[in-house]
Design a protein around this ligand. Sequence first.
Ligand code: DHB
Ligand code: MG
Length: 599
Amino acid sequence: MLPEPRTAIATVCLSGTLEDKLAAAAAAGFDGVELFENDLVVSPSSPAEIRRRCADLGLSIDLYQPFRDFEAVPPRLHAANLRRAARKFDVMAELGADTMLVCSSVAPEAIDDDELAAEQLHALAELAATRGMRVAYEALAWGRHVSGYEHAWRIVRRAAHPALGICLDSFHILSKGHDPASIRAIPGEKIFFLQLADAPKLPMDVLPWSRHHRLFPGQGDFDLTAFTGHVLDAGYRGPLSLEVFNDVFRQADPRPAAVDALRSLLALKESLGVLELPAAPSLTGHAFAEVVTDPGAGGVLAALGFARTGVHRTKPVELWEQGDARVVVNEGGAAHGAVGAVALASSDPVRSAARAEALRAPVLPRVRGPREADLASIAAPDGTQVFLCGDDWRDDFVPTGETARGAGVFGIDHVALTQPFDHFEEAALFYRSVFGLAPSPVTEFAAPFGLVRSRSVGAGEVRLTLEAAVVRRGEWAPAVPEPQHVAFACTDAPSAAAAMRAAGAPLLDIPGNYYDDLAARLDLPPARLAMLREHSLLYDRDAHGEFLHFYTALAGARVFFEVVQRIGGYRGFGVANAPVRMAAHRARRHAAPPVKTPA
Ligand SMILES: O=C(O)c1ccc(O)c(O)c1
Ligand SMILES: [Mg+2]
């Protein structure tokens, strides 16, 4: 196994003042930082004070950057650039930083002349060397004449100065579709620095793409494992340093953002085989879901055919069951009103907790009564608790003796966790790295109250959907923000809907326009279409099978239920129908007072 690389983060990734950023990076466990010039310029601390602060926090300053528009300029400008550089080397000496980043020129004065670029960089490297420092040259994807790493490397080789090397940045290389395999031809000791950033594939100009949409490794569409593998194989032994320009991260609380950032590197190191973590135990299904709501949810569950089978020994929560679908109802939290916990059956809950801890996920201390089962409880980025349980969690509930009437539900199909916009990317990385759940591609759909971004994470019978409004919402959107829901699986949706409706379940009515559109889009047999219309069922299909589903009205402040039937190997979640459901919820809220079914 290669030695485990050190970790670093550019101060530009995080929000706040330099002091906030350094504290957050250190608390998350980073070894070093890339210091952005702007963060230094606005700081009231002198470079020497920043150096002491970093030392106290256990952080090294691995790179000072950026130094712009240096190479390939007319002689008059070159002299001025060297003067400017000498000042910056003085600052670096005070900081205790020994590597300066020089990005390829973007200025219109820059000349397309590799010989001149090499000559001027040689002069800069000579200046650095006299102070025991070095210069790392990076090709920006939008550099005026140098925009690819192979070109930057040709110039560095031509300059032939021991204090001049290159800086590789995964974004600039992968965004332009350049093949990273040629990195292997660069001697490791000439790769002075490595900056890592992922990104979603977006058909836009590289500059705005880079400045607004970079993500932490594992959150986007680039293959950072293969990329970093080439760099390590070339012999690079410096830090893995995150350089992520992202509008959300730059406004977020830097403390959890830094933890999220470090988690991305731990997962990357694991995938590279340079860090061993406790393996993710297999997850065999949904043990239960906990809904935190105001009184009423139990009544809706009763109408769906569930029975109240248990009462918790010490907490004011009840267990409701039908088949293998289990819902813990906590009616004490109307203020929150949503899915409070997702409980997944783990083959090894203790190892699940150990892996979560190793990936810096908050493992919550659990207050246990004398007979209570040991569950690992881990807080997801939005505060949802994820329980990993073995078989004994049911012992926490005193049986009531009631049994479910039953309406065809046999289990939990999925749990839909609407996310605050700011946690969307982080959530996918969290569920993937901590629990080994594979994310689907991101889709977006137009909903009545704005565009919604959606993806799922899952493995086998464990399925979670993550949805977020694409921009923060204003005053006009409904007063019930982002309801969450639990979806139950059944084998016969029309019969289940009929039985539930007969028992008084508040099922959503779907407008006729929806069925007219279905008839136009899909060539469904008339009898099947009539059946869907009669029961207000929604329909979807993919290459693997078909999907029938229906929803209840809101059963609490922010929670509702869904019943689904998967036919064949259908893999989706009926996302295309989500806007119909949202509009139906809105119509229902306006037409009727809040649902209050008798318990
Ligand atoms: O967007 C920029 O200007 C910028 C600056 C420094 C970098 O290392 C980089 O990758 C981009
Ligand atoms: Mg960079």
